[in-house]
Design a protein around this ligand. Structure first.
Ligand SMILES: *Cc1c(COP(=O)(O)O)cnc(C)c1O
Length: 225
């Protein structure tokens, strides 16, 4: 299958998931995840009309971005070490994976240095699974409160990665938990948090049914890594 055929299939599945739950297709953004794929492969996505690519590693993005179309926006979806925030701020137009107030402060100050504002999502470990990075649900409110004094970061929402299980339906309670946490934080913090970054190749339809506004999809678009 070519990239464009894969993209059309994904777009149809997104539309069908939206139809099932009465959402508008425009409320769901597709982030094509290009990690481990070469610039030539990314170009297939550009040719098919993709405008935003997700990457999870700074080093890889740093090598790849200069070799790809300048029309693309790049989003960071992986863990960011605080000593790499300047690089991240220069390369990316959104960061989905902020997991501490300290990192948020670093991003804010790096943005100040380069004169830029950065939309970010706070990554939450809703399942409590030990191997996953992300804030504990109970710690998110204090990060939002601490962010009140930061003017170069715009906290637009929450992100999560559910634990991997055989059954796709097992992801649903984690997506529900992220949405409910967002609804609670909206009341408690005054932050709107309109974005929910959740859902990957195997579970994006469930995520859309539970309110995802960004689905991060790699393997079913680009093929195996
Ligand atoms: C790799 C990755 C994805 C995409 O995963 P697929 O299963 O290939 O769709 C989404 N989100 C994050 C954080 C990732 O690292």
């Amino acid at each position: 299958m070519s990239f464009i055929e894969n993209l059309e299939a994904v777009e149809q599945r997104i539309a069908a998931a939206c139809a099932r739950c009465g959402r508008s297709i425009d409320s769901v953004n597709l982030l094509a995840v290009g990690k481990k794929h070469a610039p030539e492969v990314i170009q297939d996505a550009v040719d098919a009309g993709v405008t935003v690519i997700g990457e999870n590693r700074i080093q890889e993005a740093r090598q790849k971005i200069p070799l790809c179309s300048s029309l693309l926006d790049w989003h960071l979806i992986g863990h960011l070490q605080s000593n790499k925030t300047i690089l991240a701020v220069e390369m990316f137009t959104m960061i989905h994976s902020v997991d501490s107030l300290r990192l948020l402060e670093k991003i804010d100050s790096a943005c100040g240095d380069v004169g830029k504002s950065m939309p970010v999502c706070l990554q939450v470990n809703v399942s409590g699974e030990g191997s996953k990075s992300g804030l504990k649900p109970d710690d998110v409110l204090s990060v939002l409160e601490g962010a009140g004094a930061l003017y170069n970061v715009d906290i637009v929402g929450l992100m999560t990665i559910p634990p991997f299980t055989e059954e796709v339906e097992d992801a649903r309670p984690h997506f529900v938990a992220l949405r409910e946490l967002r609804d609670q934080l909206r009341e408690d913090s005054g932050f709107e948090l309109p974005e929910l970054s959740m859902g990957m190749s195997r579970d994006f339809e469930v995520a859309i049914e539970e309110g995802a506004t960004w689905v991060r999809i790699g393997s079913i678009l680009f093929g195996k890594r």
